[in-house]
Design a protein. Structure first.
Ligand code: NCD
Ligand code: ZN
Length: 345
């Protein structure tokens, strides 16, 4: 197969930041995707409906008038999110999920949840209102090895949570392990997962062999090859529980290339091409459309897109960098060759 078309895809997990950074990165996503779930981990975080609607307005302004792109907003769950905030969020029509960051788990998660039991009343309202809980699934205890944090989260937090709120819609975000894929496969249909392109394409050797590769560092951290293979199986299985979420997370070059570099891979400029590369590597391009364009809206209760995106087998090189703020940003796999290009017709 040298060319194929899919329904216009959506990105169900995206960081676009704010201000000038927002203006720099948003066009990359708007070019390929029709909608994206916008992560709320700004500083300060987006914890209220009012803040989310104001952030949405800034995104709409950054997009300009000629775009069909729709930002789907989220709230950042804290120990103190009042149950009434969920009602407000739901009735706004623009808020499609509430994000659980365990405090300290990742970039800008300091205001996250310190103990999930503090959120029980709010989670009960989310369950009743059909508001999805989007989970960064890692424990943060010092004594738990960073490579085990997702698996421990399933045992310690997720299993009890799902038992306590049996009909709560849950998206286990950017899963990175076979444990997570198995968990989601076995869970009821209202429990789903997003998978990033970088976790489909790389394993932890790509982080460390031959030297530290800061642009491959993200959270949850890349895992060993057996886990990557399990993610590939899940993403290409045709199961509607797994769908596309890039977790494209822009950080300037200087904040990545330093003694304590930020976590996050910037994949937005080449997102769908990366997924095509991954699916093609196992002969499963025919499963890309469900994963990228159908299963996400079906889960969120939104209509599927009506447009079309065309891809052609035409090799190209990922640019070495893009302009970002007053410096530059290094895209994921900068300088390497990819096989698939997006074409306009
Ligand atoms: C994200 C970011 O930079 O905001 N970083 C990352 O490594 N994925 C935060 C997140 O989603 O964990
Ligand atoms: Zn993220």
């Amino acid at each position: 197969m040298d060319q194929f078309s899919i329904t216009t895809p959506d990105d169900w997990h995206l960081h676009v930041r704010d201000g000038d950074a927002l203006a720099d990165v948003l066009p990359f996503t708007a070019r390929q995707f029709n909608r994206a779930i916008i992560m709320p981990n700004l500083t300060p975080p987006v914890t209220t409906t009012e803040q989310a609607l104001a952030y949405r307005q800034r995104i709409v302004e950054a997009l300009g008038p000629d775009t069909r792109f729709q930002p789907l907003m989220t709230l950042y769950l804290t120990d103190n999110t009042p149950p009434d905030e969920i009602i407000l969020a739901k009735s706004s029509g623009h808020i499609h999920g509430v994000k659980l960051y365990p405090a300290g788990a990742t970039t800008n998660s300091e205001s996250g949840v310190t103990n999930i039991t503090h959120c029980h009343d709010t989670l009960a309202v989310m369950e009743r209102e059909g508001m999805p809980l989007l989970i960064h699934g890692e424990v943060t205890h010092d004594h738990i090895d960073i490579f085990d944090r997702e698996a421990v989260f399933i045992e310690e937090i997720l299993n009890p949570l799902i038992e306590c709120f049996p009909t709560l819609k849950v998206v286990f975000e950017h899963i990175t392990t076979k444990d997570a894929a198995d968990f989601v496969h076995a869970a009821p249909d209202h429990v789903a997962a997003t998978i990033t392109a970088h976790h489909l394409l790389l394993n932890r050797n790509d982080l460390l062999v031959g030297g530290v590769r800061p642009h491959n560092f993200c959270l949850p951290v890349l895992k060993r090859e057996t886990h990557r293979l399990a993610l590939m199986d899940a993403a290409t299985s045709g199961s509607a529980k797994f769908f596309l979420g890039t977790d494209s997370a822009p950080h300037s070059r200087s904040s990545k290339e330093q003694a304590c570099g930020c976590a996050g891979c910037f994949t937005a400029p080449l997102a769908i091409e990366l997924y095509a590369q991954a699916f093609d590597s196992v002969g499963k391009l025919h499963q890309l459309e469900g994963f990228a364009s159908h299963f996400g809206p079906d889960f969120y209760g939104l209509p599927r897109n009506t447009g079309t995106l065309h891809l052609q087998r035409r090799p190209w090189h990922v640019p070495p960098s893009y302009a970002y703020l007053d410096e530059e940003i290094i895209p994921f796999l900068a300088g390497t060759q990819l096989d698939w290009s997006v074409v306009s017709e």
